[in-house]
Write a protein that binds this ligand. Structure first.
Ligand code: DGL
Length: 262
């Protein structure tokens, strides 16, 4: 049985199937600049969103064990797909450690003034599993939800070429049917914020909502409650790791981190 030695100065472990969670890491370091963070991208096994839940759970569990070995004090699952599949089981298996998960931020898309038409973009697994279905069901009388599975999109974003015509074509195929039909869009996969500009080029000037900031705030609340916020005054250390363990891959994570604006 693992002996968790949870201390304020330990790192926070943050992971995703690949580059997507870097968008969440950036929100975390904006809100918690003094925290040490280890970012792990499972790029070798990306995308998760088109695998079976059993395959995804095994991959996620391996990443979690890898982060435990580095004595993390909490784990942020910066991936909607991995959260849908694994967070409940992980919390049962390891009650000593806090797991902060992600879900498509549809609560933020609801308006009190009118019944918004909300388009939710996510991976096939996220949209199918109970976690999202139950969430949508709870909000059903406050908005009209449409959803679009985007197979292939996270994988395409892993290539970090955001200008290619093939990416634009892929996005047009997913989104053109909704042009002029929806009030806002929820980006229910942490890879998608990297192509916000390309999404807006198709759907026009409507709000694109993601859960990165809300999740970072939730992490802050959890650490505060557990008295685990790092009280060092200097800036925290950020370490990038990847299952595709090459200089190039780690340079990509770092570049996306520097480039992404929150
Ligand atoms: N970034 C992920 C998410 O938030 C997973 C994408 C994938 O690997 O399919 O769902």
């Amino acid at each position: 049985m693992k002996d968790f030695n949870l201390r304020k100065e330990n790192s926070i472990g943050i992971f995703d199937s690949g580059v997507g969670g870097v968008s969440v890491l950036k929100e975390v370091t904006a809100i918690l600049p003094n925290e040490n963070c280890i970012y792990y991208g499972d790029s070798l096994n990306a995308p998760y969103g088109e695998k079976t839940p059993e395959e995804i759970f095994e991959l996620v569990h391996n990443v979690v064990k890898h982060l435990f070995a580095q004595n993390v004090k909490a784990i942020l699952i910066a991936c909607n797909t991995a959260t849908s599949v694994a967070v409940a089981t992980l919390r049962e298996m390891y009650p000593e450690i806090s797991f902060i998960g992600m879900e498509p931020a549809i609560k933020k898309a609801v308006s009190t003034d009118k019944i918004n038409k909300v388009l939710v973009m996510a991976t096939p697994v996220t949209l199918k599993l109970d976690k999202y279905q139950n969430l949508q069901h709870k909000l059903e009388n406050q908005a009209e939800f449409l959803s679009v599975e985007c197979p292939g999109l996270a994988k395409r974003i892993e290539s970090v070429d955001f200008e290619g015509e093939d990416l634009k074509q892929m996005l047009r195929e997913f989104l053109e049917p909704y042009k002029g039909q929806v009030d806002n869009v929820v980006l229910g996969c942490t890879h998608y914020p990297f192509v916000k500009k390309q999404i807006s080029e198709i759907l026009g000037d409507i709000p694109l909502i993601d859960g990165g900031k809300g999740t970072a705030l939730q992490l802050q609340r959890v650490l505060r409650e557990k008295n685990l916020l790092n009280d060092q005054t200097e800036a925290g250390r950020i370490v990038f790791e990847s299952s595709k363990d090459t200089e190039e891959e780690l340079a990509i994570y770092k570049k996306l981190y520097d480039m992404y604006e929150v």
